[in-house]
Design a protein around this ligand. Structure first.
Ligand code: NAI
Ligand SMILES: N[C@@H](CCC(=O)N[C@@H](CSC=O)C(=O)NCC(=O)O)C(=O)O
Ligand code: ZN
Ligand code: ZN
Length: 376
């Protein structure tokens, strides 16, 4: 029986309040309105940002909410006016939309489409309403995606069709972590051949930075992490050397400057810690070093350094979704995966069912996983 135009009852992992495990619930998902798409999610990654918002540190965090923003799925139905996808298409939801009309979309210098940024941050659709209910209560949307549900509703501008030959339980990771790191190296830093790079934090984002650095022809790629278990696996992603800050009794930037004849050409912060953001900037070479902030720090936290660090030629930058214009780029990255240029499979260290989603968070917090993929 067709579900088109009807409310769908399905399972979702609901975050009822900050700091509590997710709860598997039957929820109701409304049909898509004009410009919207209802998607059957078949797989989703769990990103550190999901844990960040669940922790209560996100100033935009609202509860109860359906988290998740690294999903893959199949279009179930489309609302009025939707033309770029149709039922049955394989799709990846995109937390950075691409409306192709706002002044950000029209500017080649940025990927940060602002068409719906305000309402997306408030956890609602652009008309101010929500599409999820559970036990008589409305549930908020998250990052325009809410992929921790068997069905979700997203905007047409927040979704792209991908090649059906690609397994959704792999290319779901192109919804966040992999493009973020890969693009940080290629689009934001624009790493040059022969460069020396350092990556702070060897989770999925940091390892994707390593792939990007190597693709750009970097000579040395130094991985910095406090979990030595990350070092062996990181070699596969192109990290050439490892530094554990716990092995030294001086600031890690001093160690790195000493190891690299004055500092790195490029550094990347992939942790979300304002102290390592400072270390990454100060590990850069005088005169030209560029440090890219990728990690997300909690509400109220601020970065600092001596302005002299910038006066003397270091540059501090930041990036979201690796600078990729999302709907144009994710289908191309899927094709790079299919042509074996982009090794996504290596990021998937664990596979769990929806009922085991809290285990996916545990695997991330304990440093055992790169990405745990949830199967619906
Ligand atoms: N700007 C953007 O577009 C995006 C930002 N993010 C952010 O990037 C960061 C990384 O995300 P994931 O890779 O998913 O996280 P993850 O939790 O998988 O990896 C973080 C890594 O940092 C290491 N680490 C923690 N504290 C450290 C310290 N003091 N020194 C050195 N290493 C340390 C951990 O051992 C771990 O290997 C998070 O802050 C996340 O919110 C994630 C995706 C997109
Ligand atoms: N709500 C947070 C903002 C967190 C943040 O910086 N998000 C990143 C993506 S993290 C993905 O895993 C991002 O793209 N930011 C750009 C944006 O427009 O949100 C807070 O308020 O701190
Ligand atoms: Zn993410
Ligand atoms: Zn736009």
């Amino acid at each position: 029986m067709s579900t088109v135009g009807k409310v769908i009852k399905c399972l979702a992992a609901v975050a009822w309040e900050a700091g509590k495990p997710l709860s598997i619930e039957e929820i109701e998902v409304d049909p898509p309105k004009a410009g919207e798409v209802r998607v059957q999610i078949t797989a989703t990654g769990v990103c550190h940002t999901d844990a960040y918002t669940l922790s209560g540190k996100d100033p935009e965090g609202v509860f109860p909410v359906v988290l998740g923003h690294e999903g893959g799925g199949i279009v179930e139905s489309v609302g009025e006016g939707v033309t770029s996808v149709k039922p049955g298409d394989h799709v990846v939801p995109l937390y950075v939309p691409q409306c192709k009309t706002c002044k950000f979309c029209l500017n080649s210098k940025t990927n940060l489409c602002q068409k719906v940024r305000v309402t997306q941050g408030q956890g609602v659709m652009p008309d101010g309403t929500k599409r999820f209910r559970c036990k008589g209560q409305e549930l908020y949307h998250f990052m325009g995606c809410s992929t921790f549900s068997q069905y979700t509703v997203v905007l047409e501008i927040s979704i792209c069709k991908v090649n059906e030959a690609a397994p959704l339980d792999k290319v779901c990771l192109l919804g966040c972590g992999i493009p973020t790191g890969y693009g940080a190296a290629l689009n934001t830093a624009k790493v040059e051949p022969g460069s020396n790079c350092a990556i702070f934090g060897l989770g999925a984002v940091g390892l994707a930075v390593a792939l990007g650095c190597r693709a750009a022809g970097a000579k040395r790629v130094i991985g910095v992490d406090i979990n030595p278990a990350k070092f062996e696996v990181a070699k596969k992603f192109g990290v050439t050397e490892f530094v554990n800050p716990k092995d030294y009794d001086k600031p890690i930037q001093e160690v790195l400057v000493g190891l690299t004849d004055g500092g790195l050409d490029y550094t990347f912060e992939c942790i979300g810690n304002v102290n390592t953001m400072r270390s990454a900037l100060e590990a850069c070479h005088k005169g030209w070093g560029v440090s890219v902030i990728i990690g997300v720090a909690g509400a109220g936290e601020e970065i600092s350094t001596r302005p002299f660090q910038l006066v003397t030629g270091r540059t501090w930058k930041g990036t979201a979704f690796g600078g990729y214009k999302s709907r144009d780029s994710v289908p191309q990255l899927v094709d790079e995966y299919l042509s074996k240029k982009l090794p996504i499979d290596d990021f998937v260290t664990h596979n769990v069912s929806l009922k085991e989603i809290n285990e996916a968070f545990h695997l991330m917090h304990s440093g055992q996983s790169i990405r745990a993929v949830v199967h619906f």
